[in-house]
Design a protein around this ligand. Sequence first.
Ligand SMILES: [Ca+2]
Ligand SMILES: [Ca+2]
Ligand SMILES: [Ca+2]
Length: 239
Amino acid sequence: MQSSGRFPTGLAALRRLRISPIRYDSEDSPLSEGLLCSSYYDFIELRDLLEDIMLVVAFALLCLLQIQQSHGCEIGVWNGGPWGNWGTLQTCPPGLKASGFRLKVEESQGRGDDTALNGIELYCTSGPTTDRNHSITSTVGPWGKWTVPIWCRNGFLYRFQLRVEIPQGKDDDTAANNIKFWCTDGSALEGQGLDWGDYGTPSSTCTRGISGMVTKVEPSQGNDDDTALNDVQFECAEY
Ligand SMILES: [Ca+2]
Ligand SMILES: [Ca+2]
Ligand SMILES: [Ca+2]
């Protein structure tokens, strides 16, 4: 079957190239000239097609690279709770990175509905200070109180681990309970959360430190079982 139209498909062009009898022994044969011209133009069209495909692929790769660079990379963990919605990514002012944090935690409610960890606040600084002028939060649950800030002695927060209670079925769920950060100076800082559940595998690292955050928080369930904060991801600083 021969392809019709001005632009044959790549497969058809290849097939025609392969079967074209190029006869160099018959010098003035109009037939062989015609076949040569036909396969030559097919070759040109195929080459143009391949060039177009390569250009499109190169452009797509360039776009992907630019998107990656403009947003930085993010670190997360695999044991986050299943409930809630991801909030908006909040980032430090340009040039600042997170060197301290505090948590919003609801104390144990006895026989009542517990939510444990409700919010995380990061303090963005330019170095080893306890400057609280530039803080960021993403979505924060409505229950509990803010605990005292905890700071890196040197450097910035760059890795974390989340303490999460697995789903309790008909019993009272709390999902995320606490968080532990590591600073670029090697020290570990554990938040003042609650003790239900277990710590999972630590995240990968932000080589230059953390500069942004997005939290996943379940909205109020009315009289049903609330969990508030379930999961978190941090954005890595690019410089
Ligand atoms: Ca929680
Ligand atoms: Ca439950
Ligand atoms: Ca609950």
